[in-house]
Design a protein around this ligand. Sequence first.
Ligand SMILES: Nc1ncnc2c1ncn2[C@@H]1O[C@H](COP(=O)(O)OP(=O)(O)OP(=O)(O)O)[C@@H](O)[C@H]1O
Ligand SMILES: [Mg+2]
Length: 475
Amino acid sequence: MVSSKDENLLKHMTDALIQHIDTGVHIIDDRAQTIYYNTKMAEIEGMKPEDVLEKPIYELFSFMESEESTLYEALTKGKQTVGRRQTYKNQYGDKIATINDTFPVRSEQGNIVGAIELARDVTQLENLIQEHMQKRARTSFTFDHLIGESKALQEVIQDAKRATRTSSSVLIVGETGTGKEIFAQSIHTGSERSAAPFVAQNCAAIPDQLLESLLFGTKSGAFTGAKEQAGLFEQANGGTLLLDEINSLNTPLQAKLLRAIQEKRVRRVGDTKEKEVDVRIIATMNQDPVEAVNEGRLRKDLFYRLSVVSLFVPPLRERKEDIDELISFFITKYNQLFRLGVTDVSTGVLTYLKAYDWPGNVRELEHIIEGGLNFMDAGEKVLKVEHLPGHFKIRILPELEKEEIENENEEAIVSPVNYEEEILPLKTVLYEQERNYVKHALNQYNGNVSKTAEALGLSRQSLQYRLRKLNLNST
Ligand SMILES: Nc1ncnc2c1ncn2[C@@H]1O[C@H](COP(=O)(O)OP(=O)(O)OP(=O)(O)O)[C@@H](O)[C@H]1O
Ligand SMILES: [Mg+2]
């Protein structure tokens, strides 16, 4: 038990807690009047607490009928709802979408004395979905957009081209940034479905509950505020539906998806009727599917169904011979965009780029080239190490220590630290400075280690250690 003084303190603390948590909290008393309305809830619903407090909720929010408010149902019927999506309008007519948990609160005698609603905001998420839907209408990629002559990549391209002749499901497995989306679009564009829509959805980006409505559609009244809306299956009818990160779907939804694929029919959420659909499914994942099955993250039956054609896109580190061509490709691209005339990269840059193991694959390489070109001036022709983004240089340090780096044929021997530019990690700056200065000193003494060591005030052994650490060739 707490003393009355402690009770006051506890109430104060609870108030503070409720005001600060990132969940909307709305509490009503037995007359359906708001007695608690936290900051987050005010933000989600676009209302001011003073507009809401001590007013009956059905005066403020327009639901289809007041009874359909989960709060009101909790109060009048003792009904508890979990994870329910609600859409409604606030006093100012703005549309609000939330996912709510609502429950009644009972007195010790068992009478309902009020109700509490906890809400997560999905309005922003839904706006994002709308935007996303409009954007994804276009398909532009074909197999010609896949750069790289390596055998590893070309073999996958050949398999993918074969897949354009059928409507079988395709499973594309590959790390992030390996070009899975280009593959999927190319298969669609190369197939006889190309005139029909290509619709893409990332399954990891959206809560499962919304995703189900998004994929299969909703019937009006399926839940409060639900509109009659076609799902992505229906929107992709005749064409291709790309489902990214399929392994992040929850198991019931995977089962529902499997049924839709097998029976070629979908049923909108809340509907009893089914509709026939003709959709080719391309699914992607960035994890080994067999592992995902073993870990219970991918249903075995769905895996078999999806993997009629499986494409494994190799990571960039396993086809480093593609790096040169990709560099030229991205330089041409960003030359046009930034109005530059870059023709080459220095051997130093090439060594860096070849030494790195590219966890972000082609996307990461593209960003590095784009970032590098950002640091170049109109007249410059050669992309040099100094142009590369600092965060990239610091990431590659450990790998450089393993690799033998060629002497760079760059004229800047001791580059002054530029105090105008962004602050780089000290380790990078010191490494660069030390490396440049030692190289400069070695050049002065024609590569004579003893003389260079003496001039630098180091022992011969200590200089040799540094040369190895700095990946400088000693002669
Ligand atoms: N072989 C390639 N040739 C040219 N550009 C490529 C290639 N592979 C990937 N890219 C480029 O890299 C970026 C990422 O590609 P994409 O979106 O297809 O990757 P993803 O495998 O779908 O990645 P994620 O798993 O993160 O969704 C895009 O800008 C794409 O144009
Ligand atoms: Mg992708």
